[in-house]
Structure formats: structure tokens, C-alpha cells
Ligand binder design. Structure first.
Ligand SMILES: *[C@@H]1O[C@H](CO)[C@@H](O)[C@H](O)[C@H]1NC(C)=O
Ligand SMILES: *[C@@H]1O[C@H](CO)[C@@H](O)[C@H](O)[C@H]1NC(C)=O
Ligand SMILES: *[C@@H]1O[C@H](CO)[C@@H](O)[C@H](O)[C@H]1NC(C)=O
Ligand SMILES: *[C@@H]1O[C@H](CO)[C@@H](O)[C@H](O)[C@H]1NC(C)=O
Length: 151
């Protein structure tokens, strides 16, 4: 009975997130590559001037669970273009690792910053206008794909 209820709740939540069109619920363990995509890839939206974009996206990409993530960047480019950065020339990461790569071309990004005074669970964000910027990611694994957004 309780199980059935929580299953229904889970399905409703999954449906809601799908309707919002911003979160692909996945079963099983999330890999670092999947985590990177959830947190940083939003190929289909171009939210220029949409002030509520970050408030919506930070929730539906599950970055306000337990605590409000302070800052997060969304990249509005095809996943393949972002993955291709891993075949650029490497550069040293901020923390000293050698597996960082900067995009050869500027990419369209939106930066979400937690508003001062915003308290969990009410995580409210400022949404930057779309910025065209070279981005740097760290890559790992087989296939060799982005696993961390550096800057
Ligand atoms: C703003 O962005 C959010 C998240 O992508 C979306 O749900 C909403 O419809 C957008 N609002 C406008 C006015 O485009
Ligand atoms: C959101 O993230 C938390 C951990 O940060 C996890 O426990 C939870 O299952 C995630 N929720 C969804 C809907 O994926
Ligand atoms: C690029 O990677 C190679 C091999 O891991 C390493 O020797 C080199 O120092 C790296 N270059 C930079 C700028 O980090
Ligand atoms: C979150 O914000 C809503 C609307 O502003 C408010 O009604 C609610 O009390 C707030 N919750 C907390 C825990 O601050």
C-alpha cells in the first residue's frame, strides 16, 4: 500500500519533471558524465532575458536538494559540441590536474548565481544574460568526455 503510494508519487514527479522539459530522470547510478550533463547542458533553450530561467532550472536539474548550489553555468550548445572540447589542446586545471580543455570557439552560456539572503529550500537565483565565452571543462573516462565544468 505504502509502496504503491510512493510509486505513484514517484511517477507523478517524473512526469512533472518531463513536462517541465528540463530533467531526464535516470534509473541507477549517475555517472560523472551524466552529472555534468544534468548540471551544465541545456541545448534546447536560449533563455535570453528570461529572469526566472535559473529559478526553474536549478530546481528541475536537482541542484537545490539539501542545499542551494551557489553558482552554476548552463551551456546552450549541442552536447556533441561540448564533448568535442575534450579533443582540444589540454591545459592545467585550477587544482593542478592536466585534464582541462578550453573550447576553441566561444559558446552560449547562462550563469546562475544564488541571490544574497536566499535560504534553502527557497533557492532564488539571478539569471545572467546569454554570454558568448570560451569555456573550460575537465574530461575523463572512456569515452573521454566532460565530467567537470571548470570555467
Ligand atoms: C523561462 O525559462 C523556464 C526554464 O527553461 C521556462 O520554463 C519558462 O517557460 C521560460 N519563460 C519564458 C517567458 O520563456
Ligand atoms: C537529487 O539529488 C540528491 C542528492 O544530491 C539525490 O539523493 C536525489 O535522489 C536526487 N533527486 C532526483 C529526482 O534525482
Ligand atoms: C597536457 O597533458 C600532458 C599529458 O598528460 C601533460 O604532460 C602536459 O603537462 C599537459 N599540459 C598542460 C598545459 O597541462
Ligand atoms: C519560501 O518562500 C515562499 C514564498 O515566498 C514562502 O511562502 C515560504 O514561507 C518560504 N519558505 C521558507 C522555508 O522560507
Amino acid at each position: 500500500m505504502a509502496l504503491k503510494k510512493s510509486l505513484i508519487l514517484f511517477l507523478m514527479l517524473a512526469l512533472m519533471l518531463l513536462v517541465l522539459g528540463c530533467f531526464e530522470a535516470s534509473l541507477g547510478q549517475e555517472t560523472k558524465a551524466m552529472r555534468f550533463q544534468r548540471q551544465h547542458i541545456d541545448s534546447n533553450n536560449f533563455p535570453n532575458g528570461n529572469a526566472t530561467y535559473c529559478n526553474v532550472m536549478m530546481v528541475c536539474r536537482n541542484m537545490t536538494w539539501g542545499r542551494c548550489k551557489e553558482i552554476n553555468t548552463f551551456v546552450h550548445e549541442p552536447l556533441s559540441a561540448v564533448e568535442a572540447i575534450c579533443s582540444e589542446k589540454n591545459r592545467t586545471c585550477i587544482k593542478g590536474m592536466k585534464n582541462c580543455y578550453q573550447s576553441r570557439y566561444p559558446m552560449s552560456i547562462t550563469v546562475c548565481r544564488l541571490r544574497r539572503g536566499s535560504r534553502h529550500p527557497n533557492c532564488t537565483y539571478t539569471t545572467s544574460p546569454i554570454i558568448q565565452q570560451h569555456i573550460t571543462v575537465a574530461c575523463a573516462g572512456v569515452p573521454y568526455v566532460p565530467v567537470h565544468f571548470e570555467s
